[in-house]
Design a protein around this ligand. Structure first.
Ligand code: BV8
Length: 233
């Protein structure tokens, strides 16, 4: 394994699964209950904003009721005690990394806890429930939406992410199926730039073969075990 100085960790829905939040593509997951194009695209929002707000209001309530698990907490210990920089790039829109104490977190697909005005770009803490006729607190327009990145929209923090990948000695993917881009290409990109790559997932993902090492099992077991190895080394 390459020098484990600077570590970039990409997390997906699987790291929050044992906190009770549904994943997207596992059996019975979010995309088995909702059509992606209806609730996770700008077109779906334009067509039926009330349905999209209801979808995110439910997930916002579930995320608020969830608690960080041993995997989130292990990453907080890693960030606090590892001598090299630890950057978490999460595809998740819950705040479980922050609530576990992680500080260096990039939400590339946005956050349930934040609202966005499509008219003026203002962002503010999202209320528990949002509705199509909510007025933007800055410009008053009834153009508010969840501050999440839908399919076809540009993810957040791409320059920060690319800089972290370029400097990384180790890239770790945790709890992601590796099917959504640009995140799904990060392992290969990091490897090309000289990083070692490790997958920690319940089962082999779509691009497990692209990792130097892949370990499988529940995140609450294999993530703390890996962190203790790194901190012990
Ligand atoms: C963009 C919104 C341009 C927020 C989401 C054709 C080919 C290639 C690409 C494309 C294409 N057509 C279109 C695209 C681009 C598209 C894309 O990738 N489509 C895919 C489906 C083909 N991407 C985009 O549109 C992105 N934007 O490309 O803009 C651009 C790009 C760069 C620069 C300039 C311009 C925008 C993508 C964001 C879409 N928004 N969500 C929300 O509602 O949450 S994506 C959605 O999927 C979620 O955000 C989620 O985070 C994300 C990824 O899913 P995962 O997190 O991996 O979850 P999943 O259920 O899939 O997997 C869970 C994993 O956990 C499994 O592997 C499972 O085994 C594991 N697991 C389960 N339990 C456990 C566990 N592991 C450990 N322990 C456990 N207990």
């Amino acid at each position: 394994m390459a020098d484990q100085g600077r570590i970039v960790i990409l997390t997906g829905a699987g790291i929050s699964a044992e906190s009770g939040l549904g994943t997207f593509r596992d059996a019975g997951g979010v995309w088995a209950q909702h059509a992606v194009e209806d609730v996770a695209t700008p077109e779906g929002f334009a067509h039926n904003p009330a349905r999209v707000h209801a979808f995110y209001n439910d997930r916002r309530a579930q995320a608020a009721a969830a608690v960080p698990n041993a995997a989130h907490e292990a990453l907080t210990r890693l960030e606090a005690r590892h001598p090299g920089e630890v950057t978490i790039v999460t595809q998740n829109v819950d705040a479980l990394h922050e609530r576990a104490g992680s500080r260096n977190v990039i939400h590339m697909h946005g956050e349930l806890a934040r609202a966005l005005c499509a008219a003026c770009g203002h962002r503010w803490p999202a209320p528990a429930a949002m509705a199509p006729d909510d007025a933007c607190p800055a410009c008053g327009a009834a153009a508010t939406r969840p501050d999440v990145v839908w399919f076809g929209e540009v993810p957040y923090g791409l320059e920060r992410i690319d800089a972290a990948l370029a400097a990384a000695d180790l890239f770790v993917a945790i709890g992601t199926s590796g099917q959504v881009y640009p995140a799904a290409a990060y392992a290969q990109h990091a490897a090309r730039l000289g990083a070692g790559t490790l997958e920690l997932n319940l089962e082999p993902s779509a691009n497990s073969r692209g990792f130097d090492v892949a370990r499988h099992g529940p995140a609450t077991r294999i993530v703390p075990a890996w962190v203790e190895e790194v901190l012990g080394s």
